[in-house]
Design a protein around this ligand. Structure first.
Ligand code: ADP
Ligand code: MG
Length: 471
């Protein structure tokens, strides 16, 4: 009976091996040691709690079946987790009580853990936080667009793991500052709580490390490593989409950390509910803490960002240039920075003066799609220019046929090229009412149907409006 458990376990392994892929067998079953067999209860030792959870989640049926086959109907399995010096026993597959609540947090022989971020040569484990030291709160300009996310970030940085914002889930479109903010939180924590182990990782890197660990049969090290982290920042979590296995492992790591009061900070290009190809149980956890979005900054915030960046680079932009750039680059702060870098290059390498003309040139060269918001005023200006009139003529009361057509055309374009209401458009034409705008639009449409020359004219003006960057 002495060595009985080993023989039984070898038999179990044979069955298991036949039923799962070789890689999974290697990863999840080879590291298990059988330790005892008492009254049809087979005890096996697993390296950590995570391992146990994984087995219970993914192999519970296989284990049950195997144990029953080898030990009969009464056969049960118990897990033992290595907890520093003492062992903790927990019931597992095939037992009556599979509740996992009483498991003690496993301890780690940290010196033995291999991980991809350890700084070599340092005996005591120290993990490089992978933070970009230039992304700070002080250069993350505050605006309505980011106030909630920024202040939540500040709160989390003060008390990592100690606020309701766990996880802090920051989402927003590309180039709006998710990565910057995530690093800023990490940097602040590193400064305020140097004893906390902080780690920034992109979800892509996380995925690659996980795959690598599978290949090297080192999933255990991978998981142990992530369990050492006090503040885990995972950037662009949307990349986990459709990566089932990585999501699984992340789910477990998330739970372990969260249960232990560790802080999670996640970023994504969309809110949790829109994450397609991500398991529901993960999405529901993403909603646990605070979901804070970063929106497109308004003009004032964009101007403040431009000023701050230029001051940092030691350049002073003329106010009108700051305004011009901020006005024209609306949706992406990274693009805004690109324009500034080009401006600096033009000015310092080509010794050109920084003025509106240079800015216009840079913007046109740099950004293929300038996000232009066509305004009613701009349309009036372009139409007046085309017909060689004054804008006042368009707003005035003259009934001169040529002016009336230009006026009606401006209203028509305003209706089609802006999202202003009929009322607002009417207001812009010397306080005409909305029925006048409707009438004008109809008159232009009729003319377009009958007059090919007029049609040409309208198309030319439309194109001009679309092509020009308004100054
Ligand atoms: P995302 O990760 O959302 O795509 P990033 O964090 O990479 O965006 O931001 C793009 C660039 O814009 C970065 O260089 C960042 O420093 C800058 N940026 C974004 N938001 C701000 C802000 N509020 N103040 C200053 N710079 C910002
Ligand atoms: Mg980013």
């Amino acid at each position: 009976m002495d060595q009985g458990y080993e023989i039984i376990w070898q038999k179990c392994l044979k069955i298991i091996k036949k039923n799962i892929p070789a890689q999974s067998f290697k990863t999840w079953f080879e590291p298990i040691c059988p330790v005892a067999l008492n009254d049809s209860v087979l005890t096996i030792q697993v390296p950590n709690k995570f391992f146990y959870e994984w087995l219970e989640e993914h192999y519970v049926n296989l284990l049950k079946m195997t144990i029953r086959q080898e030990l009969g109907e009464k056969g049960q399995l118990e897990y033992q987790i290595h907890v520093n010096n003492k062992n903790k026993r927990i019931p597992g597959a095939g037992s009556q009580d599979t509740s996992s609540n009483q498991i003690e947090k496993p301890g780690f022989e940290t010196d033995q853990i291999k991980n991809p971020f350890v700084i070599p040569g340092i005996k005591k484990i120290r993990i490089d936080a992978q933070l970009n030291p230039t992304y700070l709160f002080e250069n993350f300009i505050e605006g309505d667009c980011n106030r909630l996310a920024r202040s939540a970030g500040v709160a989390v940085a003060k008390k990592p793991g100690g606020t309701a914002f766990n996880p802090l889930f920051i989402f927003g479109k590309v180039g709006l500052g998710k990565t910057h903010l995530a690093h800023a939180i990490g940097n602040e924590i590193k400064q305020k709580s140097p004893n906390k182990t902080t780690l920034y990782v992109s979800s892509e890197k996380f995925t690659n490390q996980f795959i690598e660990s599978l290949k090297n049969n080192a999933v255990n090290d991978f998981v142990n490593f992530y369990q050492l982290i006090d503040v885990l920042i995972v950037d662009d979590i949307q990349f986990l989409s459709n990566k089932q296995k990585t999501q699984d492992i992340f789910f477990h790591i998330f739970n372990q950390l969260h249960q232990n009061g560790k802080q999670l900070i996640l970023t994504s290009d969309r809110p949790p509910k829109d994450l397609i190809g991500v398991e529901e149980r993960l999405i529901s956890r993403f909603k646990w803490g605070l979901n804070a979005d970063l929106q497109v900054p308004d003009l004032e915030t964009r101007m403040a960002i431009v000023e701050s960046k230029m001051t940092r680079e030691g350049f002073a932009l003329p106010g009108e240039v700051t305004e011009f750039i901020s006005y024209n680059i609306k949706n992406n702060i990274r693009e805004l920075e690109g324009v500034l870098i080009s401006l600096i290059a033009q000015s310092s390498l080509n010794r050109r003066e920084i003025n509106i003309d240079l800015a216009k040139e840079v913007i046109q060269n740099f950004v293929s799609e300038i996000s232009k918001e066509v305004t009613v005023e701009f349309i009036q200006k372009m139409v007046a220019e085309y017909y060689d009139l004054k804008v006042e003529n368009l707003k005035g009361k003259t009934r001169k046929r040529s002016i009336v057509i230009a006026r009606q055309l401006s209203m028509y374009l305003a209706k089609n090229m802006t999202n202003k209401s009929l009322k607002v458009i009417g207001d812009n034409f010397g306080g005409r009412d909305h029925s006048t705008v409707i009438y004008s639009c109809k008159a232009v449409k009729d003319l377009l149907d009958t007059d090919i020359l007029f049609k040409d004219t309208v198309e030319t003006i439309e194109k001009k409006i679309k092509m020009s960057v308004h100054s």
